[in-house]
Design a protein around this ligand. Sequence first.
Ligand SMILES: C[S@@+](CC[C@H](N)C(=O)[O-])C[C@H]1O[C@@H](n2cnc3c(N)ncnc32)[C@H](O)[C@@H]1O
Length: 166
Amino acid sequence: MESSEYNRVMDTLLSLKRTGKVLDVGCGNGADSVFLAKQGFDVSALDISQTSVFEVFNRSRAANVSVRTLLEDICKFRTRERFDIVLCIGVIHFLPSSLVNSVLTYLQRITRKGGIHILEVKTSCLTARQLKKVYSGWKILVLKEFAPRKPFESRSFLRFIARKIS
Ligand SMILES: C[S@@+](CC[C@H](N)C(=O)[O-])C[C@H]1O[C@@H](n2cnc3c(N)ncnc32)[C@H](O)[C@@H]1O
């Protein structure tokens, strides 16, 4: 994500919530997790890749913040915890298409009422119409399509932010 876009999505998130439990699904190098931990959120960073989980661990230690790391496949992840914010940025299109709906439905289930989801996904994986259907009953706050960010990327992205209202 370009830094101005990055700031925009994080600014939007901070304008919606200032505290709470975050689940960063497919956290990658943990930049978002560590940023949010620095803002005072209680962050769990989940990734299927051991390298990513180590990176988040090291990055959070270097930043002197606490981030819980979960080495998990989101398609199999089950928890009794409930979250106020679920970030799922650049991840959904890596999942088997047959599991996308059930993963999103599970993430909705483990989100508290009033909680926020932030997704970025390739339109080749999920269209705006499909997202609206999966999130019927949620208040959609942002639904925006972006052109490919890099010349070698042929597909655009959707940014999606929604609030659980019941
Ligand atoms: C393109 S990176 C995005 C990282 C980060 N969210 C960001 O915005 O920079 C995709 C991440 O999703 C993770 N991932 C892919 N499939 C996954 C799965 N089934 N469960 C959990 N993480 C997964 C990858 O290991 C990778 O770290």
